[in-house]
Design a protein around this ligand. Structure first.
Ligand code: URA
Ligand code: CA
Length: 434
């Protein structure tokens, strides 16, 4: 087999065989296939696509390129959850303990923030002592003890994807369905769960700008799960405004705790409940979503979900007292209101820019090795459809480094659109697939 022949085939819109795909991925992982050849093939795929069978073969080849986590030491149906990324999406930190409080098992290797989008690992690290780097035997022990563990991805998980993603990033070949779907699913397949729940975001804060594109990506990933023998379901959900109110690491932990205490309402809580119900039904803890939902809502009000979060934090080396005393989390030195410049209804938000306004303050990274300030970010005071008076706060900014303060607040204010007519509310969940 020769790589130039494989590239030529894809250039001419032909489907690649499983062995051609494996030859490419194995060679690229080992270094016998160069970046030049891999870039040419990615570009050919970008132009000519892949069918579902090719995409599944690519995914499985990447999943096999490194360690495949063995979770057979955990009894029961282990469910993994993945969100395609967004702003104020704190679901994982609440869904894990909530599912565990209801008898489910959530095993999750999370990522860090990327661009305007937050990352669960950065959020968890704002909890004093929480260690996201756990040995595999400790990961298994923690899940066996409390039903949930959320840790960082090991360095040896799907190395082909790590290399390929970095290459795609610099060759403008990130944004194509087969490469996105195989990238996400290769890591999920290698991470060893029995079933996979996906939350595919659509909108101006997401990878996929429209519902049809998000639905297509979701369908491809569900199909890959089927090929690999891992039942997969996907929700397609709205990311045209921050999901919750908090944007920033410690602030998002605060919001997750408030939801688990039963103290907060809104879209974030609704999505947390829906995702948890899905996990419990996929994990065969409950037969119907209706039965699962009754228990999930109860767990938010009887303290059991909050106790599960405390236990999860403690088992990862963190200080569980943060759940009862939120002031133990890092706090910013300065709180400044960003106020409306006119009166009217909030008709839209540029969600990506809202995320970036917090990145400018240090909540995320502009370069890969930047340090993150866990305390900073913003707390939204309004949502799309709300009426605001001129001068009324739209958000509260939490700031330490004041150098970018003005610029960040200006970016935020430009991102919130005010008009005279109340807009129609978009459904939080556009579609469920699988
Ligand atoms: N997330 C990933 O992990 N990979 C992609 O290609 C896109 C988003
Ligand atoms: Ca996120």
């Amino acid at each position: 087999m020769r790589i130039p022949d494989i590239i030529h085939k894809k250039q001419h819109k032909q489907a690649l065989t499983a062995s051609e795909i494996a030859y490419f991925i194995d060679g690229y992982t080992a270094g016998t296939v160069g970046d030049d050849q891999a870039a040419a093939l990615c570009m050919a795929i970008w132009f000519n696509g892949m069918d579902n069978r090719e995409t599944a073969d690519l995914t499985m080849a990447m999943a096999r390129s490194g360690d495949q986590v063995d979770l057979s030491g955990i009894e029961g149906i282990k469910v993994d959850k993945h969100s395609s990324g967004g702003v104020a999406d704190t679901t994982t930190i609440a869904v894990g303990p909530l599912a565990a409080a209801c008898g489910g098992l959530l095993v999750k290797m999370s990522g860090r923030g990327l661009g305007h989008s937050g990352g669960t690992l950065d959020k968890l690290e704002s909890i004093p002592g929480y260690n996201v780097h756990q040995k595999m035997e400790d990961f298994i022990r923690i899940v066996n003890t409390c039903g949930v563990s959320i840790i960082g991805q090991t360095a040896t998980l799907a190395p082909a994807d790590k290399k390929l993603y970095a290459l795609r990033d610099v060759t403008s070949t990130v944004d194509t369905m087969p490469l996105i779907a195989s990238s996400i699913m290769s890591k999920k397949l290698a991470a060893g769960s029995d079933r996979i729940l996906l939350d595919v975001k659509w909108g101006n804060g997401a990878f996929m700008p429209t519902v049809p594109q998000a639905v297509e990506l979701a369908r491809i990933m569900v199909e890959i799960g089927k090929h690999a023998g891992k039942p997969t379901r996907a929700l397609v959900t709205d990311m045209n405004q921050p999901l919750g109110n908090a944007v920033g690491n410690a602030l998002e932990v605060i919001e997750a705790v408030k939801i688990l205490r039963g103290e907060a309402e809104g879209d974030l809580k609704e999505l947390i409940i829906t995702l948890t119900v899905e996990i419990l039904v996929m994990g065969e803890i409950y037969d119907t979503p209706e039965d699962a939902r009754v228990r999930v809502v109860q767990a938010l009000h009887d303290g059991s979900a909050l106790r599960k979060l405390e236990q999860m934090i403690e088992l990862h080396g963190g200080d569980p007292a943060v759940c009862n005393d939120l002031s133990l989390l890092p706090q910013a030195g300065r709180v400044v209101a960003a106020v409306a410049e006119s009166s009217g209804y909030i008709i839209g938000m540029e969600t990506g820019s809202i995320g970036l306004s917090t990145v400018m303050l240090g909540a995320g990274r502009e370069r890969k090795d930047d340090a993150v300030d866990p305390a900073v970010g913003l707390w939204m005071k309004k949502r799309i459809g709300d009426y605001v008076e001129k001068g009324e706060p739209l958000a509260e900014f939490h700031i330490n480094d004041t150098r970018n303060e003005q610029e960040a607040i200006e970016l935020f204010l430009r991102a919130v659109h005010i008009g005279s007519e109340k807009p129609e509310k978009k459904p939080l969940i556009a579609e469920i697939i699988g």
